[in-house]
Design a protein around this ligand. Sequence first.
Ligand code: SF4
Length: 409
Amino acid sequence: MAQDLITPYITYQDFTRKIRGSAHMIVSFPNMGPNWVAFKTFFEKNGCEVIVPEPTNRNTIKFGVRHSPEFVCFPFKATIGDFKNALDKGADTLVMAVDCGPCRFGFYASVQERILKDLGYNNFRLIPLEQGDLLTFDWVKTLFKTSPFTDHKRYTSAVKATIFFLKKAKLTEDIQTAEGIFRAYEEVQGDTTRIVNDLLHKLDETNTLNGLRNFRTVIKDMFNAMDLDRTRDPLRVGLSGEIHISLEPYVNLDVRKKFGELGCEVHQSLSLYDWIMHKLHLNYHRKWFEHLAKPHLPMDIGGECQWVIGEYIDKANAGFDGFVHSYPFTCMPEVTARTIITNKLKKMYDLPVLYFSFDDQSGVEGMRTRIEAFIDLIEGRRKKYSDKEAQKEYGNHFCLECIKLVQAK
Ligand code: SF4
């Protein structure tokens, strides 16, 4: 009798599944900077409940470092920590991008699932999101697997999810582009960061196509309303590197912000949208980088290696003042890019370059000293060799619009 009164132990996931039906899932995904907005809409429009992972933090990294193979790359450790946080908050379905290599990324999902299960997290599924070639449309299977619908609705919700995802990913890229330009002119330090955060939350809350269509104007208006010193002639720095490290500010110690606050215009073409377009074979900008890199590296060897090389050459040709290459410690493809730039391209193109290799031991102060020294160097170089003719207009249409806005008044 007394036994009947004891409530059997039930996890939060099992409880929600019971009351909402077995098809209901609570989905989460790893962090990649501001791109949570696009991923959230992707699964919400597909009909799922979503848990946005809490921002990557010290405990996330601690967990990842403690439970990952010692020499695995840093993004593996950071993302497994994000998964652990999401599971603790009640997620029962994790989605992780997978590829067929060519580097260690190919085995992230299966090893992470195994580690989490060995640690006692048994009530979850890790669903791979196939991203090797998006034109095979294997990624649609992930949408169907996470969809609560079994009838025609799963097709309409998958189309809706894809449209909103692409639009929000593009607008997130635009926010990143504007951030890189406007921060170099801000009068009050911190204004740009505040506007970026406001815009991301506004974008998250905008759920109509009309609202998204007008969102670029909102981005421009908000940045342009800041107090700006429009007389500045900032140094132009290109930022490139491995995708997770480049986009997640906690793991790259917010390198973009640091350069901006020291008065540099930061041009970073790498974004989630840029990657998706590449995987849909529609990214002609990346094809240009591949063309430039071809004499030095004829094939994709993983990471962003080939494109980092192409981008270094492209930015040197456009008269940039400096180039920053960020990558995770032990990342084989990016170390290859670094070697090619140092031993060959630096001598040919003479664009100063600063490398950052990030892991859990990276510290802010050492990084700041290196950035300040680098800026002194490129400032001196500009004074000595300043050739206005060589400084070509650079950036996509939206980037050029932002530059015109800054110079307008
Ligand atoms: S690109 Fe580098 S960091 Fe990313 S999975 Fe491959 S080896 Fe690891």
